[in-house]
Design a protein. Structure first.
Length: 116
């Protein structure tokens, strides 16, 4: 059976990697707290399970399946003086490197000037 959700370890690694990127002020749980991975006794806010259809195999009708990934909803720090796109790219790369996920989609959900 295909995995339908990331593990606690993967979610924690993704959160840590995203928060370590310069220009990320935090993770965003959504307007009503709907962006979260729900685990027994815990919510990891700012992350959401995601799946994509993929085709495996050659050009002659390979197998169809799904790939597990993650949405990472970040709060951009406008005081970082970095480009939003560069921060999003760095978040994607950091989370992919820290996990074994098939893909990572980054959503810039808010922007603040973080106090340092």
């Amino acid at each position: 059976m295909a995995q339908t959700s990331v593990t606690r370890e993967t979610a924690e690694a993704a959160r840590t990697a995203a928060l370590a990127v310069s220009g990320v002020a935090g993770l965003h749980a959504g307007r009503f707290g709907e962006v979260a991975i729900l685990l027994p006794g815990e919510r990891i806010e700012g992350l959401r399970n995601s799946r994509r259809s993929v085709e495996r195999g050659g050009d002659n009708g390979g197998e169809h399946g799904t790939e597990l990934g993650l949405e990472v909803h970040v709060v951009f720090d406008v005081g970082s003086e970095r480009e939003v796109q560069a921060v999003a790219t760095d978040v994607r790369e950091a989370v992919l490197q820290a996990t074994s996920l098939g893909f990572v989609d980054v959503v810039v959900a808010d922007a603040v000037r973080a106090s340092h």
